[in-house]
Ligand binder design. Structure first.
Ligand SMILES: Nc1ncnc2c1ncn2[C@@H]1O[C@H](COP(=O)(O)OP(=O)(O)OP(=O)(O)O)[C@@H](O)[C@H]1O
Length: 309
């Protein structure tokens, strides 16, 4: 299936109560590819996933999943799809192993085939020694791993992950990432939403940024960083930051952005500021000179204003 389109959304519009959430979105996911969808709170990431799974209906446009038109053929397409939703939906009355078995039966699996699949996934999720424990006794990281294992029970062709590591500590997050990298190596197509830029950078072949109802950029992470941000960023903060900026920066080197006490410089401006700081160090100023990253891309494209109203 390499090279073929797994998911296609074209000209998709979605309105809730007169408010346009998606305004003509075009997006595609290819076989074997991992795409991360980034966007501010309320940008429409979960709505996009719901439409892509045929669980919500677009007002306009075309949605195709695994060659099936949605939402009409959603129930057929979803047989070959795995979903890790934002909030876990494990059954608290069952053990770890039973959760896998029960979910498998929804897909028509049974007997030896189901048991073997569940055993395999217990190993994949590193939960073999918790197999007979109630899910209520699991840590947050274990629950997420079980959700991931559950989503794989039907050997899906594509995996949808809605903020798969939100709320996890760094160790638990890395274990999930390792599992997802394994799946990537096996050629699993993945569509991921996340608020963690390091997660997108680590996992995604392409990153799509959603804002104001449409994809505003979609490319390889490093290409986005190079094109949108450049080679370097210097962040400068501290009690003397404003004074330092006015004293040491030529008219060409003005900061590109100021937020609170922190000034941001990019590329030549960052280089120029770094030289100035090396020439005359300031005791009341801290700074960091670093490569651009996806967070810089995100702020560049979507701004820094809060979007949760
Ligand atoms: N069923 C619904 N009825 C009415 N409004 C909805 C519904 N679902 C989502 N919305 C609204 O649509 C907008 C997009 O929501 P959505 O959950 O898709 O955003 P998101 O990008 O996933 O946000 P977050 O990052 O906070 O999870 C929000 O303003 C939300 O309040």
């Amino acid at each position: 299936m390499a090279g073929s389109t797994v998911l296609n959304l074209s000209g998709v519009r979605k309105t809730y109560g007169g408010r346009a959430v998606l305004t003509g979105l075009n997006f595609s996911l290819n076989a074997g590819e991992c795409v991360a969808l980034l966007g501010p709170n309320g940008a429409g990431k979960s709505t996009t996933i719901a439409l892509a799974l045929g669980l919500a209906q677009a007002d306009d446009g075309v949605v195709e999943l695994l060659g099936k038109t949605l939402p009409e053929a959603g129930h057929i397409a979803r047989q070959d799809v795995g979903v890790v939703p934002q909030y876990d939906a494990l059954d608290p009355d069952f053990t770890v192993f039973e959760n896998l078995m029960v979910f498998g039966r929804y897909f028509g699996l049974h007997g030896k085939q189901l048991r073997e699949r569940a055993e395999l996934l217990l190993g994949f999720a590193q939960l073999v020694n918790r197999r007979n424990d109630s899910v209520a006794t699991l840590s947050g990281g274990m629950r997420r791993r079980l959700m991931l294992a559950r989503a794989l029970i039907n050997q899906p062709k594509v995996l949808f992950l809605d903020e798969p590591t939100t709320g996890l500590d760094p160790q638990a997050k890395h274990v999930i990432w390792d599992r997802l990298v394994d799946l990537k190596r096996q050629g699993m197509a993945m569509f991921l939403t996340t608020h963690y830029m390091d997660e997108a950078q680590r996992l995604a072949d392409r990153v799509a940024v959603l804002d104001h109802g449409d994809i505003v950029a979609c490319d390889k992470p490093l290409t986005l960083i190079r094109n949108v941000v450049g080679h370097a960023v210097l962040e400068l903060w501290g009690a003397g930051a404003a004074r330092c900026v006015s004293q040491h920066v030529s008219s060409k080197g003005e900061p590109i952005e100021q937020r609170g006490e922190t000034f941001y410089f990019r590329n030549e401006k960052a280089d120029e500021m770094l030289e100035a700081l090396k020439r005359s160090p300031q005791s009341d100023v801290d700074y960091i000179y670093r490569p651009g990253n996806l967070e810089d891309v995100f702020f560049s494209l979507t701004g820094r204003a809060l979007r949760d109203d």
